[in-house]
Write a protein that binds this ligand. Structure first.
Ligand code: HEC
Ligand code: HEC
Length: 217
């Protein structure tokens, strides 16, 4: 790992540990996921009964992601720090405890094996693998795994798992950072990286990450 990344990591972890709050109740969360928040749709309408999401529709997998990460994202939607007119209306009537219950529920579900993207060339996968595991130092792009962990399977509550996440969703998030639609990353760690990625690199890294197993072999 390069010194710069290490430094950013240390600062972020210190920040994140102080922000960690109380946990949620997965059983109450399961109920809320079925019911919805009264005005929006129930979660499973989009994220699926198993929390596996849907690549064609761009709905992220939630199953097996870290609970505090999921809770932070929902709090950020409701605070307007992350913008999605499709997602936010489904949680705007929930309070923080209810969001933590939902997060605990999805974190407790087993992660699906892999998002197995179709129609991806070997060259594209190779480019994606290089970015994910080695980075591109000519354009100051650190390897994704330097933050997202071994196999890009995520680290704690700050660095979400990317392995096995749907390529359409990964692509959309990288574009959201480029277009200033997502601003909720601590220290703008992701903004700085997304800004430097080309459209071709985004397609490749999204396809490669989606093809990885979400669980350690
Ligand atoms: C109408 C479809 C729809 C429904 C219903 C829905 N979501 Fe979502 N959800 C989305 C979409 C689309 C995104 C990605 C939005 C974006 O780009 O930020 C998303 C993103 C999320 C994220 C962020 C995931 C990540 O990895 O950062 C969480 C957490 C989440 N949804 C939880 C829920 C919960 C809990 C419910 C039920 C209370 C729910 N969603 C209902 C469509 C939906
Ligand atoms: C310097 C650390 C760092 C590096 C390197 C890094 N990321 Fe991230 N990434 C983060 C952080 C922190 C978040 C969570 C942001 C938040 O809390 O909203 C994140 C979130 C994401 C998300 C959103 C996942 C979700 O579930 O919503 C995607 C997609 C992503 N990163 C892709 C990448 C890709 C692709 C690379 C490599 C090209 C990469 N990241 C490299 C720190 C990093």
């Amino acid at each position: 790992m390069r010194p710069l990344t290490k430094l950013a990591l240390a600062g972020l972890l210190a920040m994140a540990s102080s922000a960690l709050a109380a946990g949620g109740d997965p059983q109450r969360g399961a109920q809320l996921a079925m019911q919805g928040d009264g005005s929006g749709a129930p979660c499973l309408a989009c994220h699926g009964a198993d929390g596996a999401g849907n690549d064609a529709a761009g709905f992220p997998r939630l199953a097996g992601l870290d609970a505090d990460y999921l809770a932070k994202q929902m709090l950020d939607y409701n605070a307007g720090k992350r913008v999605s007119p499709i997602m936010q209306p489904n949680i705007d009537n929930f309070d923080e405890q209810q969001l933590r219950d939902l997060a605990a529920y999805y974190a407790s579900l087993p992660a699906p094996a892999s998002a197995a993207p179709a129609n991806v060339s070997d060259a594209q996968l190779a480019l994606g693998r290089k970015l994910a595991t080695e980075g591109d130092w000519d354009t100051y792009i650190p390897p994704c795994s330097s933050c997202h962990g071994p196999g890009n399977r995520g680290v704690g509550h700050s660095f979400p798992a990317l392995a096995g996440q749907h390529p359409s969703y990964i692509r959309a998030q990288l574009q959201a950072w480029q277009n200033n639609q997502r601003n909720n990353d601590p220290n703008q760690l992701m903004t700085a990286i997304a800004e430097r990625l080309t459209a071709q690199q985004i397609d490749a890294v999204a396809a490669y990450l989606g093809s990885l197993s979400a669980t350690a072999e």
